[in-house]
Design a protein around this ligand. Structure first.
Ligand code: ARG
Ligand code: ZN
Length: 506
């Protein structure tokens, strides 16, 4: 696909790092169509909003929740999402993907944070066949929208741990993305399936507490047709041939948000590259992939080394990408945990030089977004800002094509609104990426490069494995660099008019 066509299609079809790469297409000096689409001066429209002085989103963590079980995790952006009253520690998913649709059981190990006379899970579509709680048939269960309401035979006491098993089957259906044109959930293609769930689509393929404030470990046992492959998050713990299929057991041993859980199945090759330290590198490439693709993935090892140096140890056991068949939506990417999804068109020749940047972006998300997850969806700038900052900083200083790169400061005169207080459709707005990255760059230029990277490492170390708020970030900045540094970050997050980027320190 030629660059011109990409540029023409980009604005209509932005999805995620699709945003990232297509933006880059527009940014390239050789692409005249691109640069002319952007304003070059700051808008002077009257803007009077002042930063809020309170931070109502800084709620207490779910683990201290004593509210009765309810059908919501309390996320103001997506009120129906997730549930309260319990904390899931582990998901064991058995998915038989042979034939059409899924035949599955999900066993959730959960701890009650409130007395659970009834509790809710999220599940979209699919047919529930049976539910047991600690081996006993549930007294009742019912469906309403994306809520699956379970009534155990006896109330689960506060602090008690229960194993809830749900048998279900059906064809997963995609749901509308509030912030983009491409459906969310489990995609079925003629030769493969894959998952694009962020933010709401986890529940299209398994019953879940589908909100990033409740992260859990996962075991995924997937059965595929003979000759097909299944790749999931983490490590391959077992693979066995059945008389009429192959079973794969993938284990994610570190906490994972439900929106980042994924599996790809079908005509893939599981391709390993040399490990980096203790991190296994394995990719899911469509069978018949070519040598160029492998060459373009060689950057993975360099990126892992550099990001480990900047951000601290890679948080998981493995990393790799799955290249999936979603050409129609153009240059799409999503940072599924340990197995980022990249659309196959990213590897078409004209886009090849963007593919490395997108890989940098998705890998950076493994620290920022995946290991440290957003406590609420309106903390998304922490995901996209860090990933975009890492992408730009790598591209400018370390990428093979770095002499072509323009600095991130090219965006400083653009008019990007605040990073907090936005409607659901703006969740992946360009400003989350660019103003988010500029926020961090402004902080780096103020406190210095090495102290900035030390701050990044402290953030990951303190909140890794959990989810964190924007207020948590402000607090860490204040703790390490004082209230003026915190004020700077707050202005970048809240001010109606975007602040000026300070000059690079010499
Ligand atoms: N996190 C993805 C990326 O890197 C973007 C996901 C977009 N998702 C969506 N539902 N529109 O950049
Ligand atoms: Zn991103």
């Amino acid at each position: 696909m030629g660059r011109t066509r990409l540029v023409a299609g980009a604005l209509a079809l932005l999805v995620g790092a699709c945003t990232t790469s297509t933006e880059q297409a527009r940014d390239r000096p050789t692409s005249t169509a691109s640069t002319s689409t952007e304003p070059t001066t700051t808008s002077t429209t009257a803007r009077t909003r002042t930063p809020p002085t309170t931070t109502p989103w800084a709620t207490t963590p779910a683990t201290t929740d004593t509210r009765p079980a309810s059908d919501s995790a309390g996320d103001p952006l997506f009120p129906g999402l997730g549930n309260s009253g319990y904390d899931v520690e582990h998901y064991e998913l058995h998915l038989d993907t042979r034939g059409s649709g899924l035949t599955a059981t999900a066993t959730l190990t959960l701890t009650a944070l409130a007395p659970l006379e009834r509790f809710n899970l999220d599940l979209v579509g699919l047919t529930v066949d049976a539910i047991t709680v600690d081996g006993n048939a549930a007294a009742d269960f019912s469906r309403s929208g994306r809520e699956l309401v379970v009534q155990p035979a006896t109330t689960i006491a506060v602090g008690a741990t229960a194993r809830v098993t749900i048998a279900y089957h059906g064809e997963p259906e995609l749901i509308d993305d509030p912030s983009g044109p491409v459906g969310l959930g489990w995609y079925e293609r003629s030769e493969q399936s894959f998952v694009l769930a962020e933010p709401l689509g986890g529940a299209t393929w398994f019953p879940a507490n589908d909100h990033p404030q409740d992260k859990a470990t996962f075991d995924l046992r997937i059965i595929v047709e003979p000759g097909d492959v299944a790749v999931g998050p983490g490590i391959l713990a077992a693979r066995s041939e059945l008389p009429d299929g192959t079973a794969y057991l993938w284990q994610m041993r570190q906490p994972m948000a439900t929106y980042l859980a994924s599996v790809v199945t079908g005509r893939f090759d599981l391709v390993e590259q040399a490990p980096v330290g203790a991190t296994q590198i394995r990719h899911a490439l469509p069978s018949g992939y070519d040598a160029d693709t492998i060459e373009q993935l060689a950057v993975t090892a360099d990126l892992l080394t550099i990001f480990t140096d900047w951000f601290g140890p890679y948080p998981f056991d493995s990393y790799g990408v799955a290249i999936v068949d979603i050409r129609a939506s153009q240059a799409l990417a999503l940072e599924n945990q340990t197995l980022s999804v990249l659309s196959v068109d990213l590897f078409d020749a004209p886009l090849a030089d963007f593919a490395a940047r997108v890989q940098a972006h998705e890998l950076a998300h493994q620290w920022f977004g995946n290991h440290v997850s957003p406590r609420r969806w309106d903390d998304i700038w922490l995901n996209e800002g860090f990933a975009t900052w890492a992408e730009y900083h790598w591209a400018e200083n370390h990428s093979p094509g770095r002499e072509q790169e323009q600095g991130i400061d090219r965006y400083q005169n653009l008019d990007y609104g605040p990073l907090k207080g936005f409607p659901p459709e703006d969740l992946f707005d360009t400003r989350m990426y660019r103003r988010g990255a500029l926020t961090l760059e402004a902080l780096r230029r103020t406190i210095g490069h090495e102290p900035f990277l030390a701050l990044c490492r402290a953030w990951v170390e303190r909140f890794g494995g959990t989810s964190a708020t924007t207020q948590d970030f402000f607090d860490l900045v204040a703790e390490r660099h004082g209230s003026s540094a915190q004020d700077l970050v707050r202005s970048w997050v809240f001010d109606e008019v975007m602040p000026q980027l300070p000059p690079e320190q010499s």
